[in-house]
Design a protein around this ligand. Structure first.
Ligand code: ATP
Ligand code: MG
Length: 440
């Protein structure tokens, strides 16, 4: 992508309304724009990161055997009357009337809808286990939307719903998601710690929140310091092996880790003092097992192997991709701006033309741009007529992992500068070497 043809509305001023660094940087880097309180437009650069996060989530969900579908954002109130949650959900639910005066709502979550979908078409235990997920916009009329997309009113959620014949099967489904979450967050370069959590309005009695430690986190959390050194499960774990899944979950839950609501001071005090971590955290995912809480009111049953009808056992599993964009910036930035991990960077490489109009520089940039693009590398080529200083600032602000600085002086010696964003290190290399290093 040529920057001159892109849409990257960079803000030079630090926006006053933003209290935390991720919000400031997302506004300054032209990733989002507020449309009303807690409602944001995703501009091209922000959307690119959001999509990459969604794709990692998708790959890891699919690896477990979960199947993607897409449910609507607008739901009928009757569905929620069936579960009894229409009144319970309170003011967080945005309620709407259509032209026929029917009560509708903007979905805050989808337990009701998915149960209704499955009830209509799954009749036998032979169709189980089943896990259906979608990645869809949610609306919750939060009392205090703040911190940009970290706590917004409209936000993206990956929500998966598992269906099993009995509690044992449901536990396996829960464990699969637990393991998938460990892998998902690790692939984004995040250390997310599974913590025993409250179930809130979703219900049930088994639940973990996946929390990233950050000083700007909204939750108070307590855990064993060893969590920060644990390696995530490998890609080739066998998700169908119930015992292996349970062993992994046991391994990740024997050390103490709990959110404030579930905090047990005695258990925490038993951790060696130097390993006790009381910190603030950002919730990026939350998983629940709630048995027959929704299948009961919806009368969602299947025929078991013995011919008897059984209520489905369910769980639900959320991740917030839009919040994750902010969380990743909270975890990875410096004075100059964002530092994207390779896996979610909007572009892998930035080419900075430091003297537009100089025919040698223009040609070297165009050549590198063409070759890298042909090799499948995502490149943002800064071909604008901005000053060099402003190009450096933009490239650092938007946090691309690699920058190639092309200026007349080094080019006269046949060299360009290769800069790594994460540590600012620079190296003089030939354009051919730069290509070799970045092409894969
Ligand atoms: P919170 O406690 O932060 O309000 P929640 O427990 O209500 O979140 P869940 O129902 O568990 O949220 O939703 C699943 C995931 O969706 C959360 O783990 C979070 O990543 C994301 N999420 C929830 N609410 C918001 C929001 N207002 N803005 C952005 N992401 C959100
Ligand atoms: Mg939650």
């Amino acid at each position: 992508m040529r920057l001159s043809r892109y849409f990257l509305p960079i803000l030079r001023e630090v926006p006053k309304e933003a209290d935390i660094v991720s919000h400031r940087l997302m506004l300054r880097a032209g990733m989002i724009r507020q449309e009303s309180a807690g409602i944001y437009a995703w501009l091209p650069l922000g959307l690119k990161v959001l999509n990459k996060i969604c794709n990692i989530i998708r790959e890891e969900q699919n690896r477990t055997g979960a199947v993607e579908l897409l449910m609507p954002t607008i739901q009928s109130a009757d569905l929620w009357r069936e579960s009894g949650r229409y009144d319970d959900y309170g003011k967080e639910m945005l309620r709407i009337k259509d032209r026929h005066e029917r009560d509708m709502l903007f979905g805050p979550t989808n337990e009701e809808m998915i149960t209704e979908i499955v009830r209509g078409s799954v009749k036998s235990y032979k169709s189980l286990p089943l896990n259906l997920y979608h990645i869809q916009w949610k609306f919750r009329d939060e009392v205090r939307p703040r911190f940009g997309v970290y706590r917004s009113r409209e936000f993206l959620m990956k929500d998966a719903y598992s269906f099993d014949l009995d509690a044992e099967g449901a536990r396996h489904s829960y464990n699969k998601m637990f393991v998938a979450y460990l892998r998902t967050f690790a692939r984004m370069g995040l250390k997310a710690i599974p913590m025993v959590a409250d179930t809130g309005p979703i219900g049930g009695n088994l639940s973990h929140e996946f929390i990233i430690l950050a000083s700007t986190g909204e939750s108070e959390v307590f855990c064993h310091g060893d969590y920060l050194e644990k390696a995530p499960p490998p890609a080739d774990v066998n998700f169908d092996d119930a015992a292996a899944m349970q062993a992994l979950v046991d391994d990740w839950t024997t050390l103490y880790a709990a959110t404030e609501e579930k905090h047990d001071t005695a258990a925490f005090a038993a951790i060696p003092a130097e390993r006790q971590m009381a910190a603030r955290g950002i919730e990026v995912g939350h998983i629940f097992y709630f048995g027959t809480k929704y299948s009961e009111p919806f009368n969602a049953k299947v025929l078991g192997p013995d011919g008897a009808e059984k209520l489905l056992h369910m769980g639900s599993y959320g991740i917030g991709p839009s919040r994750l964009v902010a969380a990743m910036i909270e975890a990875s930035h410096d004075e100059q701006g964002i530092i994207w991990p390779d896996a979610v960077a909007p572009f892998q490489v930035g080419i900075l033309n430091l003297k537009v109009g100089d025919s040698a520089v223009d040609a070297a940039c165009a050549d590198l741009y063409a070759k890298l693009t042909m090799a499948g590398v995502e490149v943002l080529y800064d071909d604008t007529d901005e000053r060099a200083g402003s190009k450096f600032a933009t490239a650092d602000l938007i946090g691309l992992p690699w920058q190639i600085l092309v200026g007349p002086k080094s080019l006269a010696d046949g060299k360009v500068e290769l800069k790594r964003r994460v540590d600012g290190s620079r190296e003089l290399v030939t354009p051919a070497e730069a290509f070799e290093r970045l092409k894969g």
